[in-house]
Design a protein around this ligand. Structure first.
Ligand code: SF4
Length: 283
């Protein structure tokens, strides 16, 4: 059957070929208890991340380039993926965190039918999503953890394969923002929506627009501002991406947070940039 499970709608028969996202069958690079998600998600034991290979967005600066573009990983069946969920739960994971799941949604739904985790399920997406697919995912997702990478189409045109990123991501984020927020008394998130944004060099003006957009969403939505950008990936033709962000860029975005009076915000320290946030891949 042809695949249309991301906005690219490339129509590939994934029983026969790899799609535009680079993959056909489920392939993962790693699963483990990840300590570096937002505090209510990693919480005490770590978030049970499953890192899926392939991606239709193809950001030049991808921090997980080896996995998203070079497709480093191991193929699994649907039932083996269900076993991974169970294993992470047995390891004490705070949640099952599906990292970059969009192009495997039907397979993940199959795995959820075999084993439905008793812990929250996190859908950790780049935000380039069809609403119809998000409605399907909403049947098993507890926490939306979504990027909002850019609003300016000039940036998505320059840095990704999808110039129409914001045309899909803005409605998608609005959809995800409707999720009821449930926080346990000790600070662990059980349900809700976190919008994540990586501040890029020379693009603080767009980060300000992202902050303003998030300010229009329901107040329960958390904004996670990331300053960890580290030159990485296929960036040799993008001179501006060859450095970390400056303190001035960082402060400009924080100024927008204050101006918008946003309260539910996670902010990485300015000194957070570094490769320590990039996992070592298993396969
Ligand atoms: S998920 Fe992959 S195969 Fe399916 S439409 Fe998107 S790019 Fe094509």
């Amino acid at each position: 059957m042809v695949c249309e499970q991301c906005p690219v709608r490339c129509g590939t028969d994934r029983n026969l070929n790899n799609g535009y996202c680079g993959v056909s069958k489920i392939k993962i690079a790693k699963y483990y208890l990840h300590p570096f998600e937002e505090p209510p998600v990693s919480f005490k034991n770590g978030s049970g991340c499953v890192f899926f290979c392939g991606c239709s967005l193809k950001c030049v600066f991808c921090q997980n380039y080896e996995v998203s573009r070079n497709l480093r990983g191991k193929q699994l069946t649907v039932s083996e993926l269900a076993d991974v969920f169970k294993r992470l739960e047995d390891m004490g994971a705070e949640n099952i965190n599906l990292v970059n799941p969009t192009h495997y949604l039907r397979d993940i739904m199959g795995a959820m039918e075999i084993y439905r985790p008793k812990i929250p399920v996190v859908y950790n997406t780049h935000g380039y999503e069809n609403i119809a697919d998000l409605r399907l995912a909403d049947t098993f997702v507890d926490i939306w953890l979504t990027d909002l990478k850019f609003i300016d189409g000039a940036l998505s045109k320059r840095y990704t394969a999808r110039p129409d990123y914001a045309d899909y991501a803005l409605p998608a984020v609005k959809f995800m923002a409707q999720k009821e927020c449930v926080m346990r008394a000790d600070g662990k998130m059980l349900k809700g929506c976190i919008v994540r944004h990586l501040i890029l060099p020379l693009a603080a003006y767009d980060s300000v627009e992202v902050v303003r957009f998030v300010a229009t969403l329901p107040g329960s939505v958390r904004l996670s501002l990331m300053s960890q950008y580290t030159p990485f990936g296929d960036i040799q033709n993008f001179k501006e991406l060859g450095r970390k962000i400056t303190r001035r860029e960082y402060e400009r975005v924080l100024g927008a947070v204050r101006d918008c009076n946003l309260k539910n915000v996670f902010v990485q320290d300015f000194d957070s940039a570094g490769e320590k946030y990039i996992p070592h891949w298993d396969y």
